[in-house]
Ligand binder design. Structure first.
Ligand code: SF4
Length: 363
């Protein structure tokens, strides 16, 4: 995404917009940014500190590494430990603690765990290692799914029998439903993640905004983008409107990228998925369709999971649902740090705990 955040003109405009937010705000409002990338930008530029007291930014569950369930991390660890396996993953996932270990430690003990930058790298690895099973840990929100679908279609065309994925992708709209239906929900408006909407469009959000009377503003990642998204949210709330608005039109259309959506729908279908610290959300994940089930690593390896246990100190579930701030966690910055993370939100580049730790912002 283009960064325009630090030009003098962008800074001037951001300040003017935040001043307008201050001018029109008459009541307390809680606005949740869905995406961890937005959380980091908010912390980095101190936007939360520049807003009027009545506006509280709540950090949402949009960190794919953070919400990947303990069970899936354990599946990954067990598959990686099998002989003749190359287990591939995006880098962030390697340090996420499972019940007793992480993929980095598994690698140190001899497992062949490799970082890749795209699923197609894993497909190429499978082509050049025909005597190994190559597995890709398919994590991420809707943004990563088209590339994963494309890699599977390519592997299928090549008749590759030694490539598979561990499906772990998650979807934003079911998470929004779950947050809004929760009895302890305090979200008044959402900033939707611009990159997800660039793929999926925002038509899916319209019934959510209407039925929960909650404004949703498609928002980008620069401070100026975020300030505009916040202003549009506050305007709707103050005027009693509950609509989906697009504050990121340079990348997002209502319908999204139809070609990417077509690829996703060819390969995947919605399935129930467990979110770490949150629980199972109905139809919130993507599983392989019957035609592509032979690419599911879960079917290729006989995995038996023992009792799984999160660190009893970690309140990540509460942080990911926007109920607590990272600084409410007794382990924050003491027992839990980026070099010794107890929970996934401290590991990931998009995790709220790592954002708070890195930018030292306490509100
Ligand atoms: S600071 Fe660490 S232990 Fe606390 S919620 Fe965040 S990840 Fe979990």
């Amino acid at each position: 995404m283009t960064t325009q955040s630090t030009t003098p003109e962008a800074i001037r405009q951001t300040k003017a917009i935040l001043e307008e937010v201050r001018r029109i705000t008459t009541k307390p409002w809680n606005i949740m940014e869905i995406c961890g990338g937005q959380t980091h930008a908010i912390m980095e530029y101190g936007l939360d500190q520049l807003l009027p007291e009545q506006i509280t930014l709540i950090h949402g569950p949009g960190c794919p590494v953070c919400v990947t369930s303990l069970e899936l991390v354990e599946h990954a660890l067990q598959i990686a430990a099998q002989p003749d396996v190359i287990f591939t993953s995006f880098g962030d996932m390697l340090r996420v603690p499972g019940s007793s270990s992480d993929l980095n430690s598994a690698r140190a003990k001899g497992a062949d765990v490799r970082v890749v930058y795209s699923p197609m790298d894993a497909v190429k690895m499978a082509q050049s290692n025909p005597d190994k099973q190559v597995i890709f840990f398919a994590i991420g929100f809707e943004t990563t799914v088209p590339a994963i679908a494309a890699s599977l279609l390519h592997a299928d065309r090549q008749g590759l029998e030694n490539f598979s994925i561990l499906p772990a992708n998650v979807l934003v709209p079911p998470a929004m439903h779950a947050i809004l239906q929760s009895p302890d929900n305090r979200v008044n408006a959402f900033l939707a993640a611009g990159h997800v909407c660039a793929i999926m469009g925002y038509w899916q959000y319209e019934p959510i905004a209407k039925s929960y009377q909650t404004p949703i503003v498609v928002t980008g990642f620069d401070p100026l983008d975020l300030a505009i998204g916040i202003l549009m949210s506050v305007r709707q709330l103050e005027e009693g409107r509950y609509e989906v608005e697009n504050a990121y039109p340079r990348y997002v259309t209502r319908e999204g990228n139809k070609t990417a959506q077509g690829m996703i729908n060819q390969v995947f279908e919605p399935v129930d998925r467990q979110w770490r610290g949150i629980g199972t959300i109905s139809l919130s994940g993507l599983g392989l369709k019957e035609t592509y089930k032979h690419f599911d690593a879960g079917n290729r390896f006989n995995i038996k999971l023992a009792q799984l246990q999160e660190s009893p100190l970690c309140i990540a579930g509460s942080v990911l649902r926007g109920i607590s701030k990272p600084t409410d966690c007794p382990a924050f910055a003491t027992l839990c740090t980026p070099t010794n993370p107890l929970g996934a939100p401290m590991v990931s580049a998009e995790g709220a705990c790592s954002a708070y730790y890195r930018y030292h912002k306490v509100k």
